[in-house]
Design a protein around this ligand. Structure first.
Ligand code: FAD
Length: 392
C-alpha cells in the first residue's frame, strides 16, 4: 500500500494516522479535514470550554514524526472507488488518489425548522461563540435534555444565566437510557436553578425565541439545539459504499469496498458481542476503533468488539455508562437515586449487560470488566451499594 487517505480530522482521524504508523505503515499519508483546526477533543467543549476554564483542546500529536500531510479547511466532496481496490477522493483541494481510505467524518448536529438563530455545539468555534452568549442574566433556552443539553445547562447555570430546558420526551435522557432511569436526573435541573419542561414539542426557532407545537412561545436571548446528530456521510452519495444510518462496516470495520474502512461517529459497525449493528457516538469508540480499522487496512486480522462506554459531567455529577442495556431483561437499582451516589444495573438472568453510575467510578470500572468478560453476578448483592460489585 503506497498511499492512505484519512478523511476527517476529529479524534478518530488523528487516531487513524497514529495507528497506521504504529503498525509500521511507511507509505504516504494524507489527512483531509473540513475544519481549519488541527484535531482536537470535543468532550471539553460542553464543559471546560463553555465555562471558560479551557480554550484549547488540541490533541497532542507529533505531526512531523507521523509524516502526515495535513489538508485542513478542505472538504471531501465525493468518492470514486476503483475496481479491484483503491480509488479517488474528490476534495475542495483537488482529486486525491488512494490505495487505502479511512473514513472518519464524524457527525453533524440536527437543527430545527425556523428562520431564527439557533446554536449547535459540535466544534470549538461553536463553543467559543456560545460561550460569548452565556452572560449573567441572559435567557438561554436549550432544546433537548440529552447529554449535550444537560451539560450546556450546567455551564449556563454556573455562569448565572436564566436557563430553560425544553424536552419532547417525558424525562431527560429518555432516548439514551430510558425514561425510568432518565427521570432520576430530573431533580438535578431544579437544584441547579434550571427550569426543565418535559413533554414539550418545539415547532420552530424564531427571532427572539421558540414557538411550541401547542401554540405557546418561549422568549430567549440564545436558543441552543441539542437534539442529536446525523452521521456525516452525504459526500459518499453515489459512491457505491453502503450507507444505512452510518457507513456500514463488518466487525473488522471494513466497508463493502476493498481498501476502505470507517471509524468513529460516522461508522455503523457490526458488533459480534451483541449480534447487531451499532452506531456509538462516543469518545471511547473514536479513540479505540481506529487501531482495529488500521490493522484491517494493512491486511492484519482484527475485530472491534468493545463494550460501549461513555461519561457525562452534569450538574456537578460524574455520570458514566458501560454496556448496552437494550439487550437486557431487567433493571436493578444499586442505591437510592435520591442520594448523591447511586447506580443502576441491567441484567439478563445473572449476566450483567450494562451499568449507569452516578459518582460511583469504582462501580463503573468493576462493571465494565465484568460486562466485557461476560461474567455472572449475584443480583441480590448487586442491589446493596455497600457490597463491592464483583463477579460470582
Ligand atoms: P468528529 O469528532 O465529528 O470529527 C469528524 C471530523 O471530520 C470533523 O472535524 C469534521 O469537520 C470533519 N469532516 C466531516 N465531513 C467532512 C468531509 N466531507 N471532508 C473532510 N472533513 C470532514 N463523548 C463521550 O463519551 N463523553 C463526553 O463527555 C462527550 N462530550 C461531548 C461533548 C460535545 C460538545 C461533543 C460535540 C461530543 C461529545 N462526545 C462525548 C462525543 C465525542 O466527542 C465524539 O464521539 C467524537 O468526537 C467522535 O469523533 P470522530 O472523530 O468520529 O468525529
Amino acid at each position: 500500500m503506497d498511499h492512505v487517505i484519512v478523511v476527517g480530522g476529529g479524534l478518530a482521524g488523528v487516531r487513524s494516522v497514529e495507528a497506521l504508523r504504529a503498525k509500521g505503515y511507511e507509505g504516504g499519508l494524507t489527512l483531509v479535514s473540513a475544519e481549519p483546526h488541527r484535531p482536537y477533543d470535543r468532550p471539553p467543549l460542553s464543559k471546560a470550554v463553555l465555562t471558560g476554564d479551557s480554550d484549547d483542546t488540541t490533541v497532542d500529536a507529533d505531526w512531523a514524526a507521523l509524516r502526515c500531510e495535513l489538508l485542513l479547511g478542505e472538504r471531501a466532496t465525493g468518492l470514486r472507488p476503483a475496481d479491484g481496490g483503491g480509488g479517488t477522493v474528490t476534495t475542495t483541494a483537488g482529486d486525491l488518489p488512494f490505495d487505502g481510505l479511512m473514513i472518519a467524518t464524524g457527525a453533524t448536529p440536527i437543527t430545527l425548522p425556523g428562520d431564527g438563530p439557533q446554536r449547535v455545539l459540535r466544534t470549538i468555534d461553536d463553543a467559543r461563540r456560545l460561550r460569548a452568549g452565556l452572560r449573567e442574566g441572559a435567557r438561554i433556552v436549550i432544546v433537548g435534555a440529552g447529554w449535550i443539553g444537560a451539560e450546556v445547562a450546567t455551564a449556563a447555570a454556573r455562569k448565572g444565566c436564566a436557563v430553560t430546558v425544553v424536552e419532547a420526551a417525558d424525562a431527560p435522557l429518555a432516548n439514551a437510557i430510558g425514561p425510568e432511569v432518565g427521570a432520576h436526573t430530573a431533580p438535578w435541573y431544579a437544584e441547579a436553578g434550571v427550569e426543565l419542561r418535559t413533554g414539550v414539542k418545539v415547532a420552530a426557532v424564531e427571532h427572539g425565541g421558540l414557538t411550541l407545537a401547542d401554540g405557546g412561545r418561549i422568549d430567549a436571548d440564545e436558543v441552543v439545539v441539542g437534539v442529536g446528530v446525523r452521521p456525516e456521510t452525504g459526500w459518499l452519495e453515489g459512491s457505491g459504499l453502503e450507507v444505512a444510518g452510518g457507513v456500514v462496516t463488518d466487525a473488522a470495520l471494513r466497508t463493502n469496498r476493498p481498501g476502505i474502512v470507517a471509524v468513529g461517529d460516522c461508522a455503523a459497525w457490526w458488533s459480534r458481542r451483541y449480534g447487531r449493528r451499532m452506531l456509538v457516538e462516543h469518545w471511547d469508540t473514536a479513540l479505540n476503533a481506529p487501531e482495529v480499522a488500521a490493522a484491517t487496512l494493512l491486511g492484519q486480522e482484527a475485530v472491534y468488539d468493545a463494550v460501549p462506554y461513555f461519561w457525562s459531567e452534569q450538574f456537578g455529577r460524574m455520570v458514566q455508562y458501560a454496556g448496552h442495556h437494550p439487550v437486557a431483561e431487567r433493571m436493578v437499582r444499586r442505591g437510592d437515586p435520591g442520594d448523591p451516589k447511586w447506580a443502576v444495573c441491567w441484567l439478563t438472568g445473572d449476566r450483567l449487560e450494562a451499568v449507569l453510575t452516578v459518582d460511583r467510578p469504582r462501580d463503573l470500572v468493576q462493571a465494565r470488566r465484568i460486562i466485557a468478560a461476560g461474567d455472572r453476578v449475584d443480583a441480590v448483592a448487586l442491589a446493596d451499594p455497600e457490597i463491592p460489585l464483583r463477579k460470582t
